[in-house]
Design a binder for this molecule. Sequence first.
Ligand SMILES: C[S@@+](CC[C@H](N)C(=O)[O-])C[C@H]1O[C@@H](n2cnc3c(N)ncnc32)[C@H](O)[C@@H]1O
Length: 270
Amino acid sequence: MMKKPAQMTPQQFRALCDKVYKLCGINLKTGKEELVHSRLQKRLNALNLSSFEQYFKLLDDDRQGLEVVWMIDALTTNKTSFFREIQHFIFLREQMLPKIKSNSLRIWSAACSSGEEPYSLAILLAESIPNFKKWDIRILATDISTKVLAKAKEAVYDSETLEPIPQDWRRKYFKKEDPSGKTWRLAPELRSLVSLARLNFMDKFPMRGPFDLILCRNAMIYFDKPTQENLVRRFYDLIAPGGYLFVGHSESLTGANHNFRYIQPAIYQK
Ligand SMILES: C[S@@+](CC[C@H](N)C(=O)[O-])C[C@H]1O[C@@H](n2cnc3c(N)ncnc32)[C@H](O)[C@@H]1O
């Protein structure tokens, strides 16, 4: 028999908004009650819980922060793709790389989802830097979600996911994971450039930087202005003078209080 859906009262919705905001800075908007309800209901069903009170208790008792990952995955999207927002990659290749004289590069892909963003960077660098093997390149890739990080670690993608990558690059950097050619795995020499780690933006940043480039794309959209400003300030502190911040094209910092210099849409320089 189908289980009766749990009821969510307006007070519970408000309590949930407070909890989500405190845990991960995500600002659930009023008017989204139905969407939030239906998405979390699926999680309640999976856990065999019959009320949101039970679910909140579980979140409160969740010392390791494992349930919060499920909750964030239910409430946000991990949508990403290879070479998403191509202007950033063009800027990196044409404007940034030619000016780097040190043969070293530190990049942070913050909110990296399932790895398409940091691996696109690795592919682009391998293709754009003539003596690439001699460079000291490190790409840190973080996300709050352990689920997407596990996928990023595997670095196995189906052929449709690889479509935005030019054919010859695909052939060069991916090996068949199954005989039918449905799934493909990124070459180890590019995987090894990327270090994956779990990081919630609400926590203290353990890294010291400085980074030549930080990408925080399509994650800040979920945060309110004070949270965004705070995050952008902390990114600023970790970026080397002259280094860059890339944000999602729908996440302009216009009107936000920050010290970056605007370069072009979604690109800022320290
Ligand atoms: C839509 S994806 C963007 C992926 C990639 N940057 C891109 O633009 O294609 C947003 C990612 O932000 C992550 N995220 C959401 N809240 C976060 C937080 N508080 N700390 C760290 N990552 C978070 C989600 O887990 C998700 O993988």
